[in-house]
Design a protein around this ligand. Sequence first.
Ligand SMILES: NC(=O)c1ccc[n+]([C@@H]2O[C@H](COP(=O)([O-])OP(=O)(O)OC[C@H]3O[C@@H](n4cnc5c(N)ncnc54)[C@H](O)[C@@H]3O)[C@@H](O)[C@H]2O)c1
Length: 401
Amino acid sequence: MNKGKELKTKFFSAKNDIHHLPENDRYLYAPDKPQYKFNVIGAGMIGQEHIAVTMLEGRATVHGVYDPQPLSIEQAKKVFSNCSSGEDLMVYQSLQEACNDPEVDGLIICTPNYTHLDVVKEAIPSGKHILLEKPMATTLQDADEIRQLIKHYEAVFQIGLQYRYKAIYVEAFHEAFERKSIGDIKTISILEHRLPFLDKVKQWNKFSKYSGGTFVEKCCHYFDLFNLFAQAKPQAVYSTGSMAVNFLNFEYQDEKADMIDNAFVTIIYENGIRANFNLCMFAPMFYEEIILCGDEGHLKAFENEDFLPASKAKTHLEVRCGEKMPSRITTPSYPTLIEESGHNGSTYIEHVHFIDNIEGAQTNTSQAEEGFWSIVVGVAAEESLKTGKIVQIHDLLKNLG
Ligand SMILES: NC(=O)c1ccc[n+]([C@@H]2O[C@H](COP(=O)([O-])OP(=O)(O)OC[C@H]3O[C@@H](n4cnc5c(N)ncnc54)[C@H](O)[C@@H]3O)[C@@H](O)[C@H]2O)c1
């Protein structure tokens, strides 16, 4: 049954509690037939989000999962059964089997950061479409190795830097580059104030050697945004920060946590744009903000989840255009169903683009190159923090040739 374009809404297809309608009587509620099958490798927090979002998006289904931790598998099965119509979820016994099942078109890699290179090496010979979670790797060398490995890869190779699809950033990008509301961008500021790093399986995100450090693990999202809005390569990076509050006494298997929880980073771009990042991970909320200063206007946008009862917009975007264009204040958002599926809807849009990419469309997803450059800034910030010096990107990259 070919449905009309006007009927393509998740309001209908996501409803899996309409049990009284026989199959033949379903028109609006008839699910689209998925055309692709994905395997999810690593079924922890974000792996489960990818399962739910794949099913919500609807053009693909999840065929199977691989994860050595039984609790993650158990939970992944629950998530899958809540959003599917009773199909079985294949559970693979090895990474190799999960990567090479001929039934499957794509692999979504959601394992801890330090495993990404090894998992990618196993996945690439399959030739399948790959969505690799951020950060691409924990070191510049590993990120570069992945970049080289996929240089001639014919299938899609996408990096999970999906913050660029948060509604505030999509709209900010549109204002800055499509409507040209603020003229030429001169400075970019991003601020993230939030709760500490969440618990993870084997607590890999408390240790720089497994995560790459705070700048690589968490801030790669924002460094990707800086790179995107600057539309240029970073030239120099200076950072300062410390472990001031979180996990000061945290030990896991006799190792002490070493992830910083506050920082300021300055980035100078080759085109003269200056950027500034402010991180605090001991704030009782999730708040992020971007300010773009252009030579003809000013844009500020934020996203806020502060757990307080007062009713206020979760997002805000203001564009002040001086006297030549109307200024405006908006609250960018996606439909609630999509926002609630994870990361304020950005993971959903990432999936839409993953499948669009598979179908040959041109999208602005982060690929290996964008993933690599987000890590360049992250590694430069880690190095500047250690040495107290400005890191010239040219020098940092010299060793990679
Ligand atoms: N894009 C985003 O916004 C976002 C959000 C959260 C996490 N992430 C990234 O996703 C990845 C996973 O993070 P998480 O929060 O889900 O962590 P998690 O600890 O909740 O889950 C990781 C899972 O991977 C499994 N695993 C470990 N080694 C494995 C291997 N070799 N093969 C298969 N499974 C393996 C673990 O058992 C665990 O179930 C990390 O790279 C993280 O940085 C991205």
